[in-house]
Design a protein around this ligand. Structure first.
Ligand code: WT7
Length: 707
């Protein structure tokens, strides 16, 4: 096998290669290609028996019962979803007659999908009010674990949550927010972020949460796209050793929006105070900036609920694709809420009283569905964590789990891999007796990380629930149910959730059957699916429904094995999955090109030990510009400034020219191979290169590797 020339930093892979020799190299890195060499169904682990003796409550007796319900969800979707919706949610008024109507065939007319149309409900009421009304006001909704480990526990009961939500909601109304307006939220991962989201939901405003790691420019683009006149933010926060000056970025974004629009777009900023004002000065522009605590203390304590149609928008969340600007994915109230709730309930076997901890930030869809909406509908008690898992050291997550007696832990493969690097001692240092179920999301979990998670963290007594889904799907789509009799296969996300009909199609869009490999699509609508792209419905149609007629195209490749398990093989477009976050190549490229010295840029994924994929940028400089270390730094800085730190390229490869077809299309396939294999790349690795307009470019590019 070829040797990987990257430094051996730690051993994560012992059994990844397994029975087949490694295709690429025998180093310790987690390569995408390793994942592709799974010999399917080779290893299987029944859900541990101990799980059923330790955990008393189970939603399903066994896999038979689960399968029967799945069958019903497919055979009689109207009845199934109607029952679920009545059982799980509280409705002000039930839907008219049809549970669902839709069109997935672009040739037949506009793509649409509606669930529970005419039904009236409110997401905030379902998440908070009704639990307080039912006498659970004193139950803790959130334990807030800050960046620093401290003895005193900050928490919100459901009643306290409601009090803050009502006050903030009244304040938003006073500041002119009406049903359908988009309110931007740019905050660290603290309970007040959830409060801000729910306050919007209460009055029918659509929230647009922007992850706190995004730059001023990214925030400004989102403010402009959704015409947000109100921004809820925070002075700043500590993340590990660093201080993030969020308010300054928010100000810069508001300024950019003003320049772009020609008028003051953002008219109010409500600023939550996290930092010590004696040590950290933030400028508050008197006419539009107000402190959260002052706003809440002077606000009316009660705020009426706005009853929404099931199909009214609940939120917009931006996500990257391979082309153009991020898309504002729109989710609606009824279907989304139901789907988030029942996936949370069944995937994690959640019952009220359990303590659940999801490490995701509310800036991403995982936080929306599994820190806010799903768990709250289910009256969960949760831990919300603001810090990083390695601060002050790598025992942090296990200490948190012990401190709050966490039962279900939901995290990401990248995080597991980053903790594996520190060794088992950090895990063993802490008590993990309370943990009953472990789950992951964001990318395929490589079997080695799966086994480590199961063995070292779960002591072989916890199911591992690897959930495949997307911003667009609203909730889990494919997962291994933690049910008696289910056989888990490390590296496979398992089987479809209720109501989900996945199909695997070939290049021509033909549905494949049995054991197969191809593009993962979804054939039937489900309540949690996106309804549109904000302001651009045709983009929704062309992105998801044009590639294969009649199907929702996920953008992922997958294999289905003989037992009907799905094995995700990664994105089939030019989206890069960095630590479970979707990075659009086009965005990174335009940030690079915006730097005056760059003539052309092409960005591709490269396998990365911890992050799963890293960002590898080929850069062609303008005439007269010389490659240098300073320039490299400046380019990385430019990307950070334009988009955000998570998009910083890992590698900048100087490219005298890029490999193109005669029609001028960059051959990314070749760039990916060179990025992956470096100088060891051979012509046979590159496949068909006959369409290259200048074949010598490849050799030249390779010779610049590492320069
Ligand atoms: C993309 C969606 C869903 C919340 C987090 C990311 C990849 C996600 C898995 C998994 C294999 C996964 C896919 C998908 N992905 N979870 N369990 N196994 N791949 O949401 O930013 O919308 O990204 O993440 O490629 O398309 P997102």
């Amino acid at each position: 096998p070829l040797q990987c020339d990257r430094k051996r930093r730690f051993r994560v892979r012992k059994s990844l290669g397994r029975s087949r020799p490694l295709q690429l190299c025998s180093c310790t890195h987690v390569h995408q290609a390793d994942r592709d060499t799974h010999s399917l169904a080779e290893q299987s682990y029944p859900v541990p028996r101990e799980y059923f003796t330790r955990v008393q409550n189970h939603h399903f007796k066994d896999m038979e019962q689960y399968k029967r319900l799945y069958e019903r969800s497919i055979q009689q979707p109207e009845e199934f979803w109607s029952d679920m919706a009545k059982q799980v949610l509280s409705w002000k008024q039930l839907w008219e007659n049809q549970v669902c109507s839709y069109n997935f065939d672009i040739e037949k007319g506009p793509i649409f999908c509606e669930w529970f149309k005419g039904g009236k409900l409110n997401a905030c009421y379902n998440c908070v009010d009704r639990h307080v009304e039912a006498g659970y006001g004193d139950q803790v909704a959130y334990y807030a674990e800050g960046n620093e480990e401290s003895a005193d526990i900050r928490s919100y009961t459901y009643r306290e949550l409601l009090d803050s939500i009502e006050r903030l909601a009244s304040a938003l109304k006073v500041r002119g927010v009406k049903k359908g307006d988009v309110v931007a939220i740019y905050m660290p991962n603290i309970p007040e972020l959830a409060i801000a989201m729910l306050a919007c939901a209460r009055i029918g405003a659509v929230h647009s949460v922007v992850f706190g790691g995004f730059s001023a420019e990214s925030l400004a683009n989102r403010l402009i796209d959704a015409k947000s006149r109100i921004l809820i933010t925070c002075d700043g926060y500590r993340r590990g050793e660093k201080i993030v000056a969020l308010k300054a970025v928010a100000d810069a974004a508001a300024e950019l929006a003003r320049e772009n629009m020609g008028y003051e777009l953002v008219q109010h900023k409500i600023v939550y105070q996290k930092l010590d004002p004696k040590q950290n000065f933030v400028s508050m522009e008197s006419h539009m900036d107000e402190w959260w605590h002052e706003v809440l203390s002077t606000a009316k304590p009660h705020c009426d609920i706005e009853w929404m149609d099931a199909e009214d928008a609940l939120f917009v969340l931006y996500t990257s694709g391979s082309t153009g600007r991020p898309k504002g994915i729109v989710h609606t109230t009824g279907g989304y809420l139901l789907y988030a709730a029942i996936t949370h309930r069944y995937a994690f076997n959640y019952h009220p009283g359990d303590v659940y901890f999801c490490t995701a930030d509310c800036g991403w869809i995982t936080g929306h569905s599994y820190v806010v909406y799903g768990p709250l509908v289910n009256r969960a008690t949760q831990v919300i964590f603001e810090g990083v898992p390695t601060y002050p050291d790598a025992t942090r997550l296990w200490k948190i789990s012990a401190k709050y007696n966490v039962n279900q832990l939901y995290t990401a493969p990248t995080l597991i891999r980053s903790l594996m690097r520190y060794g088992e001692a950090y895990v063993k240092n802490s008590q993990r007796d309370s943990l009953t179920l472990l789950a992951t999301v964001g990318e395929p979990i490589n079997p080695e990380a799966w086994k480590w998670f199961s063995r070292e963290v779960g002591e072989n007594r916890c199911p591992i629930v690897d959930t495949w889904w997307q911003t667009e799907t609203g909730g889990h789509m494919i997962l291994p149910p933690p049910v008696q009799g289910f056989i888990q296969k490390p590296g496979s996300a398992g089987v479809p959730f209720f109501g989900i009909v996945p199909v695997v199609v070939n290049e021509k869009g033909e549905e494949l059957s049995g054991e197969c490999e191809g593009y993962l699509c979804i054939k039937k609508p489900w309540p949690g699916m996106l309804r549109t792209v904000l302001g651009d419905h045709s983009r929704m149609e062309s992105t998801y429904f044009k590639p294969f007629r009649g199907f929702y195209m996920s953008g992922d490749g997958c294999k289905r094995d003989k037992d009907g398990y799905y094995w995700l093989t990664g994105r089939v477009d030019d989206v890069i999955n960095v630590s479970g976050h979707r990075i659009g190549t086009a965005e990174v490229e335009s940030a690079l090109i915006a730097h005056g010295s760059v003539a052309e840029a092409a960005v591709v994924p490269v396998p990365h030990d911890i992050k799963g994929q890293g960002i590898y940028a080929y850069v062609t400089l303008r005439q007269g510009e010389e490659p240098s270390e300073e320039l490299r730094k400046a380019l990385k800085h430019a990307v950070r400034e334009h988009i955000g730190a998570i998009c910083t390229p890992d590698v900048i490869h100087w490219a005298p020219a890029l490999p193109k077809t005669r029609s001028g299309k960059i051959m990314r396939r070749i760039l990916r191979k060179i990025a992956e294999l470096g100088p060891k790349v051979t012509p046979s690795d590159l496949g068909d290169t006959s369409t290259l307009s200048e074949p010598q470019v490849v050799e030249l590019l390779v010779s610049y590797h590492g320069k």
